[in-house]
Ligand binder design. Structure first.
Ligand SMILES: N[C@@H](CCC(=O)N[C@@H](CS)C(=O)NCC(=O)O)C(=O)O
Length: 217
């Protein structure tokens, strides 16, 4: 049975992260559009499968997986032999992979999420903006990106020299926050070595931005 992705059409956040992984792995999938304005993600039927009532959610022939990073990891491991390799093999390479994955989820993403919330989503919804929190998050993220620059000074990607899930897959989540910081740093923060340009010019990302998420048959 074809993979079913429950998602919004826009390729940002966790939905974009999973869609990018599906495209990188050249996997056919059916998009089941979740209309969040209508509350599709809070119906009893949806909550029975995803108790937090969020997108994305994957259904692989009855196996339901939620949490975008977990979905990406599942796809990367199940389809290790096709498309872009996104998880390494061997214990030392896996240790560095886990290290980079933890940096992303524990250190980087919370700041990006705060920036995206205060600079993009709250204004869009006419909600109050926490200006002090926004400024603090931008400064903190800029400092983290200085550390990325150090790491990327000796290797091409965060987990080593091969482009892995947390480079490719976490890109949609990072994009808005990083662009915000770029504004205050006049583009000077981007780590040397072309990492940002490399991941932001990947055909999977360019295609998803142009077309949104669509079923692939
Ligand atoms: N940690 C989750 C976050 C998922 C998430 O926050 N999804 C948002 C849309 S981007 C959502 O469904 N929000 C509705 C809600 O939380 O009620 C993941 O990575 O999948």
């Amino acid at each position: 049975m074809v993979l079913k992705l429950y998602s919004v059409r826009t390729a940002g956040g966790g939905c974009g992260l999973v869609a990018m992984t599906l495209v990188e792995k050249q996997l056919p999938f059916e998009l089941v559009v979740v209309d969040m304005a209508r509350g599709d993600h809070k119906t009893p039927a949806y909550l029975a499968r995803h108790p937090f009532g969020q997108v994305p959610m994957l259904d692989d022939d009855g196996l339901v997986v939620y949490e975008s990073r977990a979905i990406c990891r599942y796809l990367a491991e199940k389809y290790a032999d096709q498309g872009t390799p996104l998880v390494p093999t061997g214990i030392p390479a896996k240790a560095l992979f886990e290290q980079a994955a933890s940096i992303e989820v524990a250190t980087f993403y919370p700041l990006v999420f705060k920036i995206a919330m205060e600079a993009v989503y709250n204004p869009q919804r006419s909600l109050p903006v926490d200006e002090a929190g926004l400024a603090q998050a931008k400064t903190a993220l800029a400092a983290k990106l200085d550390v990325y620059e150090v790491i990327l000074g000796t290797q091409k990607y965060l987990g080593g020299n091969v482009c892995l899930r947390h480079d490719v897959g976490s890109f949609p989540d990072h994009n808005r926050g990083v662009r915000q910081v770029e504004e205050i740093r006049q583009g000077e923060f981007l780590p040397a070595g072309g990492w940002w340009n490399d991941i932001s010019s990947r055909p999977s990302w360019v295609q998803l931005q142009a077309e949104g998420i669509q079923s692939v048959r």
